[in-house]
Design a protein around this ligand. Sequence first.
Ligand code: NAD
Length: 668
Amino acid sequence: MNALSAAVRNGLKSAVEAAGKDDSVEAVVVICSGRTFFAGADITELGKPPLPPSLTDVLVAIESTEKPVIAAIHGTALGGGLELALACHYRVALPSARFGLPEVKLGLLPGASGTQRLPRLIDPGEALDFMISGEPVDAAKALQTGMIDALADGASLEADAVAYAKRLIEEAKPPRRIRDLPAKTPDAATPAAFAEAYRKANARKLRNFRAPNEIIRCVEAAMTLPFDEGLAFERKLFQELLDDPQSAAMRYAFFAERKAAKVPGIEGKPDIGRIRSIGIIGAGTMGTGIAMAFANAGYPVTIVETRQEALDRGLANVRRTYERSAQRGRLSAQDAERRIALFSGKLELEALSDCDLIVEAAFEEMSVKIEIFSALDRIAKSEAILATNTSYLDIDRIAVSTSRPQSVLGMHFFSPANIMRLVEIVRGEKTDPQVIGAAMALARAIGKVGVVVGVCHGFVGNRMLEKRQDEADRLVLEGAAPWDVDRVLYDFGLPMGPFAMADLAGLDLGWTRETSTGETVRERLCEVDRRGQKTNAGYYDYADNRQSAPSPLVEDVIRDVAKSKGIARRQISDEEILDRLLLPMINEGAKILEEGKALRASDIDVIWINGYGWPAYRGGPMFHAEQVGLAEVVDRLRALEAAHGNRFKPAPLLERIGAEGGSLTDSA
Ligand code: NAD
């Protein structure tokens, strides 16, 4: 990866200095061998005492060279690698090259002058979008913004870069040092107004998360301070972020994701080249989302439904989703059509006889699943992988309805499945390790994060979520308002609380008027046709613009239900709400670990970050437990147990590790 380790920094600095002194050298081209231009800092050096020379010193040496220095970029110029390219005087890149400053994903900012150089080179608003998303851009976009000067034609990057250098020499072009360029001025009246407007426009996305806010401050500094002072400011904020728990959490999450990919017993890289065609059963919410996830990665998909209307509706949804992405500029119209063309819809399961992977996403009912899998057993080819997207059902029971339980597993996607990154890869009792390995590799091939989990009710994510939901419902009956519960979780950093979420998903999932007992708040709301956002009323009232407001009627319903259950209502503090929502999740996570249903605590955290919007800057529930202190978590659980009953009884694993002063997330 040509990481900018101490050895590489040393080599670069002395080479550039030598070239500067060598009279036979007229210009310098910085080019990398191997697969890529410098792909960033050596992440293993983070947190250790810095080794000289610092990257900034190397960049100063490059930029101050009296001869034109040209960066010749292929592969991915990432992080420090891109900052190095920005210290060069000119940039030439292959059309396939990509550029990114992903530091924000580790809770950091580009700390080797990126925040000071980029806004001097490109529009500051674009510079902010680029650094705050952390997402790479392609060469065409880089050229359009002005981040690079020219595209190589592709035959030989080195030859093109040398030709570019010769032209500079012929035209007697001096080194163009970004540090000497005036910072671009934005449309806003002042840099402060510009920063404020940016903050406001992105408030929801940026809330609580420190790194993006510091990046904005740095860009503002680039516009107001001389370069060297800006650099010092950047360095100071970088150091602060490095010492901040948010960055520690995000670095943990980064490595946790890598760890999740390693599954004991599955060595080497599974060959998934043979898996080409995908079958999906059910064209509902999940089936169409999963199908799009595969089509987005170029796989042809066949969707099977029972009724023509359902199939038509599903395929129309797919088309609408792609067309909307194209309208929003996220996809070219051509790409949208190409993806739509990968779909075919059928009404008989026999159409899946040639599929290499079949994902079932039909109704959540055991009888339905068993009927489908026993039919698949007759229809699917012998080497096909048979997956179910069930949320709660026993995969071992589904597997034994076939004569090939070794080929059956759960691939539990999250809604919307074309967007959410998580896939729980559910290992059945008899699932072949090769099948698990292939499913993990496939998840990765379609840009998802696979995490291996065991069979239990709700697997890992939903099993923990249920504990939180149960407690949220109790809190509301005991005296907290739904909007208080939601606010506490939102302020903690989750995208939304359980009641706003329920309104979004629909309160009537699994509810019917005939079977309604009227015993829960949710049932009572359904009975008066408050079924969530789709009826403009649920736990909240909704205005036409989907703006939500607390509902007095809901408060009455809650009081009524609490009364009928004999529950005394009281004032409940935000601290209690948060503890009662999070601690049972953590406790359940510990039980999941004890039972071996997750391989490691960090896998649980990967699940919560990628499937449920747990903020990465808080590292996941198990990491959070360690931040609070395991002994403290156990104490608080015991106090809750004394007050509310044994559902809060601490898991033995938590008690043991808490008492030993050990760590959940270091183990395994
Ligand atoms: P849905 O009701 O939107 O879609 C199910 C579709 O399956 C319907 O269109 C139905 O006509 C079709 N279908 C039913 N039986 C069929 C059969 N025998 N052959 C072919 N098609 C059949 O449901 P959904 O929300 O997409 O859920 C599907 C599955 O995914 C369930 O097992 C559910 O638990 C699971 N799941 C749902 C979510 C979610 O957030 N909705 C998340 C993860 C997993």
